[in-house]
Design a protein around this ligand. Structure first.
Ligand code: LHQ
Length: 264
């Protein structure tokens, strides 16, 4: 087994990033953050990459911050804000703004920042045995990595408060029923299903999908009027892509479209 904290597989049209510290349920240390950042930047720089899957090695998806790295000595405190500033916040911002869809294939427990990094992805698909835990309150912290933003928007205020304050395990099936995630599938079907989603995106109109992400991300802060204006502007951009022209042509000619995903 590789001792690299991040593994990258390149497939036609998409990449798979595997968080690879299985003995620690893929908890984040600095090396894993650095490698993950580099792997995501490499994916973004590659024009052939039209979707990204993130999953975990072993029985966990990600157990959040490696707490062994953030242990306070007796009588001392540790300053935590810098970790968010340096690692988690840029990671969440990057995942949201990538110009192609990001799929979290949650193979096992997703706790703390590991849970919220998954929720920052565009499509979250989980194995039935996976659990989602806002574990922060178990150690005196608050949900970070966007947790306090994602939770109420995904599941509503009552469930967000229950999850954050009680810090109980939420099984994948219930997470799907509550709308926290897209789908829950049988454990042995997870990677197959996640790859099918990536394969779908690898031949999709990528520029249009990037504009959909932008519209949805802007929506919570906008009034309906502002959002209508934004939709008009983004639709103008979408309409100028070769994939729009191809999509309409293919529809008229009753054939399957051949999208390039390119800007021009
Ligand atoms: C771990 C961890 C872990 C180290 C499992 N660290 N070793 C941001 C900025 C700055 C500071 C703080 O935090 C943050 C954001 C955060 O993410 S805060 C939240 C941090 N994460 C947690 O509090 C979760 C801690 N882990 C757990 O509660 C459990 O491990 C869960 C519920 C995830 C899984 O429980 P089990 O299935 O029973 O597994 P386990 O506890 O036996 O863990 C297996 C091994 O992984 C074990 O090591 P060992 O050597 O004893 O086999 C754990 O110590 C290790 N591990 N999470 N976060």
């Amino acid at each position: 087994m590789s001792d690299q904290p991040i593994l990258v597989e390149q497939h036609t049209g998409y990449r798979i990033i595997t968080l690879n510290r299985p003995d620690k349920l893929n908890a984040f240390n600095d090396a894993m953050h650095e490698r993950l950042r580099a792997a995501i930047e490499e994916a973004e720089a590659d024009e052939e990459t039209r979707a990204l899957m993130i999953t975990g090695a072993g029985r966990g998806f990600c157990a959040g911050q490696d707490l062994a790295d953030r242990l306070a000595k007796p009588g001392e405190t540790v300053a935590l804000g810098g970790t968010q500033e340096r690692y988690y916040n840029p990671l969440v911002r990057k995942l949201r703004s990538l110009p192609f869809p990001v799929i979290a294939a949650v193979n096992g427990v997703a706790a703390g920042a590991g849970c919220n990094v998954a929720l920052a992805c565009d499509i979250v698909i989980a194995a039935r045995s996976a659990r989602f835990i806002q574990s922060f309150a178990r150690i005196g912290l608050i949900p970070d990595s966007g947790g306090t933003w994602f939770l109420p928007r995904l599941v509503g205020d009552a469930r967000a408060r229950g999850l954050a304050l009680l810090a109980q395990d939420l099984e994948a099936e219930k997470a799907a029923a509550w709308g926290l995630i897209w789908r829950c599938v049988a454990d042995n079907a997870l990677i197959y299903e996640a790859r099918r989603i990536c394969e779908h995106f690898s031949v999709a109109p990528t520029q249009g999908l990037a504009l959909i992400k932008r519209a949805l991300d802007a929506s919570p802060a906008n009034t309906l009027d502002q959002q209508l204006d934004l939709e008009r502007d983004l639709q103008r951009e979408a309409g100028a892509t070769p994939d729009y022209a191809e999509g309409v042509r293919a529809f008229m000619e009753k054939r399957k479209p051949k999208f390039t995903g390119r800007k021009r």
